[in-house]
Write a new protein. Structure first.
Length: 382
């Protein structure tokens, strides 16, 4: 299955409104009619843990009957025009947007994650809208949230879509908001009935990874790292290759990855000033946990081996401890109380684990390939 690969994507970096306008002219987007809109990979607000997921799951009991027409994205949004061309947009650090054209093939929706809703259907009302060329940018809420407004014309009426960039660093931010809003003083979301949200969602259960740093708490960050001599400016003596960083929710690490991290951790490695003097073993919270590239390759082989066993030899006793952990990764994150509940949870979560292990293995292999001059992969907890 062909996937979007952010490392092969070569967008134009736009750091202000004028550069965005120049990119729209360069890619001949102004005045073009949109025939469809698709987003790559997963949208956080269609994830099983999101508020809107819960809202849609309990629509009949909810006081809310509509949800915003928006997607919280980890990967690009793709506009397809009537002339066959595309415009691809994604956020990157601070106020920067990445814009490209005709690089992501038609029909591609798979990325680092699987799509978890039908974006073309969900945003179908944008069909026949056209870019007007008006773009504005403004800081909202705080200095770390910057929004660009692109004006579209639909049936002669103005319509805004927003690219919301919230971040605290120069490298690619893990999440940005694409939303449609009314073009008026209220800046209110255009909403759709909860039923449309339910129809768009496929409720795919998956471990979501982000090719970036997640600025919220509760995430493990994984990235290449080198050690150098500590200085006053670099107290820990580390060089971090954050361009290759990925993030994973700590609950998913607990349920699916923690046993591998413990098994392959080097208890004898000397961290020196990198860690608190009382630090011992794998540190879950805000500490460096270093694995050499050689160790990571062994861990990948271990992960692949267990994925194969889960798929082909589920009753193998070697899987007992892993299945206990996997059983916890259900919808409510509660450990099953009865044997029947545990077996049901394992049955539901085994495909999630297999898929995650294979996607993670491929991403870690790519991480080391893309950072050949580094020695370690760091797994740092929330």
């Amino acid at each position: 299955m062909e996937r979007f690969d952010i490392h092969k994507w070569k967008p134009t970096e736009c750091r202000n409104v004028e550069e965005i306008k120049a990119a729209l002219r360069k890619f001949n987007a102004i005045g073009r009619k949109i025939v469809s809109l698709r987003t790559i990979g997963a949208a956080e607000n269609f994830n099983q843990w999101s508020d809107e997921y819960e809202l849609s799951d309990n629509a009949e009991d909810s006081e809310y009957k509509t949800v915003p027409l928006r997607a919280l994205l980890y990967e690009p949004v793709v506009f397809e025009f009537e002339n066959g061309n595309t415009l691809e947009i994604m956020s990157k650090g601070k106020s920067t947007l990445l814009i490209a054209s005709n690089q992501i093939p038609h029909g591609i929706t798979e990325g680092l994650n699987h799509p978890n809703y039908d974006s073309e259907w969900f945003f179908r009302k944008i069909k026949n809208a056209a870019f007007t060329g008006r773009v504005s940018g403004k800081i909202r809420n705080n200095k770390e949230t910057f929004e660009y407004d692109f004006c579209l014309s639909l049936d002669g009426k103005p319509l805004d879509f927003h690219a919301n960039v919230s971040c605290e660093a120069e490298y690619v931010n893990a999440l940005f908001e694409f939303s449609l809003e009314k073009n008026d003083e209220t800046d209110s979301y255009i909403t759709v009935p909860v039923g449309e949200y339910i129809n768009a969602a496929n409720y795919l259960r998956q471990v979501i990874m982000a090719d970036a740093w997640m600025y919220l708490g509760g995430y493990f960050t994984i990235y290449p790292l080198n050690r150098v001599k500590p200085t006053e400016e670099n107290y820990f003596g580390v060089i971090e290759f954050r361009k290759e960083m990925i993030t994973i929710n700590e609950m998913d690490v607990d349920d699916f990855l923690y046993s591998f991290l413990i098994r392959h951790f080097d208890e004898d490695y000397d961290y020196g000033e990198m860690r608190d003097e009382h630090s011992d073993g794998f540190e879950y919270y805000s500490e460096f946990n270093l694995y050499t590239y050689g160790t990571v390759r062994k861990m990948i082989e271990d992960i692949k081996s267990y994925a194969d066993m889960l798929e082909n030899d589920l009753e193998n006793p070697a899987l007992d401890k892993l299945k206990d952990s996997i059983a916890h990764g259900g919808d409510d994150r509660q450990y099953p109380e009865s044997k029947e509940e545990k077996l049901k949870a394992i049955k539901e979560n085994v495909p999630v684990a297999i898929d995650f292990y294979r996607r993670l293995s491929a991403r870690l292999e790519a991480m080391m390939k893309n950072a050949p001059d580094y020695e370690f992969i760091c797994f740092m907890g929330p």
